[in-house]
Design a binder for this molecule. Sequence first.
Ligand code: ADP
Ligand code: MG
Length: 229
Amino acid sequence: SSYDINRVEHLSTVSQLAASISHEVRNPLSVTRGFLQLMTTPGLTTDKQKDYIKISLEELDRAAGIITDYLSFAKPVIDETVPFFLYDELEYIAKMMIPYATIRDIRFQLLNEAQGIQIFGSTKKFRQALINLIKNGIEAMPSGGELRLACTGSANGIAHIEIADTGTGMDAEMLKRVGKPFFTTKEKGTGLGMMVAYSLIQGMNGEIEVSSKVGEGTCFSIYLPIIEG
Ligand code: ADP
Ligand code: MG
């Protein structure tokens, strides 16, 4: 079966990202502030009160979502860059995501053949990037499925990691837009998770490729240079 493949272009640097994200968090906070102020209007009907509270809660959820996609692990700009063992990180990430998958009827499979492979970068940023990709995979399987996190080792100085799901998949049009700021197909999406993941991996001199087929699933491949010697 033919898969659409998209090699992701170079996106904004992590510091440009920081500026746009703080802007995006400030917006929903301002909206919420405005509606809370309106709540003090004398004689406000209960219907209006309910409306204002609903919008405020939605906006707060949006701010929280942006922070989840961006700031759960990585500090925006500065982060210590160190050698780390890929094997340990994949174990850690799997352990963290298995409960999240299990309660959604998703079988989480880990194939970890990264023994001895060291990567130069920030473990926090690595975790953030992978978790954003895994979360998307899980969210693409609303009625369950299989999420596979796999490292089959390295070749020619490059480690290869795959995150594959058996979810909704993406058509060519979506593949063109995925990773562009604020592209989302979810009611409560931020459209930032992919952009953050791409720019964090690129910040570690890595690359991401995505292949997808509607109705069958999606596979993200991450390529990262390893420390040799
Ligand atoms: P969000 O998850 O908040 O929508 P993301 O930047 O993480 O924002 O993802 C952007 C969009 O890319 C999603 O809304 C979805 O349409 C699409 N997408 C990303 N990953 C997958 C996937 N594994 N399967 C299907 N669609 C995906
Ligand atoms: Mg997401």
